[in-house]
Structures are given as structure tokens and as C-alpha cells.
Design a protein around this ligand. Structure first.
Ligand code: ZN
Length: 292
């Protein structure tokens, strides 16, 4: 009896340890032209559901309040997810965030986070492409995908726009990238904004997926970059322009690409399996949890 119990304990402990979340993630919010109070809990849930992350939240002071003491300790984390689109962070907070990513920290740029901080050059280098905030040709090129190739377009024009919200087809452009491996060539994304005309430094950028921005819904008539990765120093960045609101965030395609992008940003690899309910080219697939 004694020995079998001991044997049992020896077998169980390593299993319990291996199932524990491995990485610490921090979601930053507090200002956004989106309903960040509703979106952060979903981001947290999605990351925790991967089994890889524990998630803390750092909420900045509200717009117009004193920001001087807003100083999350980024270096306590392996991943920072930005759900922030608002006023400038204090200089030291900016410097610490740059150091965090430069030294190998993972960063996930989520939807309107790419609208933020037009005046912060290093941030724009990290996100690669951004929109609004008076971004124009002086902020960098558009990223185009034509005839199977990525190119850069320096023509003058606005940075950042979207047409009417609708469900749309996502197209994988880099099937061998760890985030995209095993995902279908095309899949339906749930009703969302389709960001177009993003522009920025676009350095060290890898395009993962686009969607066609249909003039019929107020779009550009171009394949717009919506999922991408970047590097900044030793840091890896996953940028998803998807996820305007809860409909889009409950899309299995949004959930799975966020989970895989977050894992890749931390480790450079993706070990998560593509789930059986991943959307197909013809059907939107949402995963709505029953919440109390
Ligand atoms: Zn939006």
C-alpha cells in the first residue's frame, strides 16, 4: 500500500506540473475607442483557455487623468497584449516597454492597439502597420499582396480605414509559418471590421493572412493585411487587426490565431493543435461560452 501510494504520487506530480500554465501574460488597457472593459475579459479567457498562460491586467488611468504613475512591470512577464488605444504613456514606461520587447519579450498587437501612439516611433516599428491618428505617407508605406508577392506602396494617402462590418473570407498567405501551419487556405471570419489602408514602417514584417476589402462594403478593392508577425530586437510580435467587438472575438478563427500568435510570440514555436471546429471557407464558426 505504502509503495503503491508513493508510486502513484511519483506518477501524478510530473503530470500536474506539465499541465500548469507556463507563461505570464499582461493585458494592457484603460483607454480605447472600443469597449475595452468587455474585451479584456475575453482576451484573458482566450489566453487562459490555451492552457499556456496566466493573465494579469494593467489598466491605465482614464483619459485626461494623470498618467505619470502608470508603469506596469513588463519585465515580470513573457507576453504583453495591448488592448490600448489612447494617450501617450510616460517616457520611462515607453523606454521600459521598448527594452522588454528588444530583450525578447513577446508582444501581441490587438485590433485598435494599432491605432495608438502615432508619435512614438519605436512603437510604430514594433506594430509595423498602423491606422488613424492622422497617419499618412509620412508614416510609411502600405503593404500590398499581389501575384503571390508582398510589396510596399509609398503612394500618398490616408492610413487606416474600414468599410461596413460584415463576415469575410480570410486567406492564408504563409502556410508554412508556425502560426498558420495546419490552418485552412481560406476560412470565414465572423462579422467584423475589415481594416484597410494601414501604413507604417513595415520593417521586419511577415505577412500571414489577408482579406479582400470589397468596394461593395466600402472597401479598397485590395487584399488587406490582417494577420502578421514582426521582429524587434530579440522580441517577436504577433499583430492581429481582427476583433472589433465580441461577435468577432468569439469567432474560432480569431480565438485560435490569437492563441497560436501568443504562443509563437513567446516561444517562436506553436505546439497547439488546430481544433476541429476551426471555420471553413463556407461557414462562420463561433465559440460562445456560457458566462455567469
Ligand atoms: Zn474597431
Amino acid at each position: 500500500m505504502f509503495f503503491s501510494r508513493r508510486l502513484f504520487a511519483l506518477l501524478i506530480i510530473p503530470i500536474a506540473l506539465s499541465a500548469a500554465p507556463k507563461y505570464k501574460a499582461l493585458v494592457v488597457d484603460g483607454q480605447n475607442n472600443h469597449k475595452w472593459q468587455e474585451m479584456t475579459p475575453l482576451l484573458k479567457e482566450i489566453l487562459e483557455d490555451s492552457g499556456l498562460f496566466t493573465v494579469d491586467v494593467a489598466t491605465s488611468p482614464a483619459k485626461g487623468k494623470d498618467m505619470a504613475d502608470f508603469h506596469p512591470k513588463f519585465s515580470d512577464y513573457q507576453l504583453v497584449v495591448s488592448n490600448y488605444n489612447g494617450e501617450a504613456w510616460p517616457q520611462q514606461t515607453q523606454k521600459d516597454f521598448e527594452a522588454f520587447v528588444k530583450n525578447g519579450g513577446g508582444f501581441v498587437v490587438y485590433h485598435a492597439a494599432d491605432n495608438s501612439f502615432r508619435e512614438w516611433p519605436e512603437y510604430n516599428t514594433m506594430i509595423g502597420l498602423g491606422g488613424w491618428g492622422d497617419r499618412t505617407e509620412k508614416d510609411g508605406p502600405y503593404l500590398r499582396f499581389n501575384d503571390g508577392k508582398v510589396s510596399f506602396d509609398n503612394s500618398p494617402g490616408r492610413g487606416g480605414h474600414h468599410g461596413k462590418q460584415h463576415a469575410y473570407l480570410m486567406t492564408t498567405r504563409n502556410p508554412t509559418h508556425p502560426i498558420m501551419k495546419g490552418l485552412p487556405a481560406t476560412w470565414m471570419h465572423a462579422t467584423d471590421e475589415l481594416y484597410d489602408s494601414l501604413r507604417g514602417p513595415a520593417q521586419n514584417i511577415t505577412l500571414l493572412a489577408t482579406a479582400f476589402s470589397d468596394p461593395a462594403t466600402g472597401g479598397t478593392g485590395k487584399d488587406e493585411p490582417l494577420l502578421m508577425t514582426l521582429s524587434y530586437g530579440k522580441g517577436r510580435i504577433f499583430h492581429t487587426a481582427l476583433g472589433h467587438y465580441t461577435d468577432a472575438m468569439n469567432c474560432v478563427g480569431f480565438i485560435v490565431t490569437l492563441q497560436r500568435g501568443a504562443e509563437w510570440a513567446v516561444t517562436g514555436k506553436v505546439k497547439q493543435k488546430v481544433p476541429a471546429d476551426f471555420p471553413t471557407a463556407t461557414a462562420v464558426q463561433q465559440r460562445v461560452k456560457k458566462r455567469p
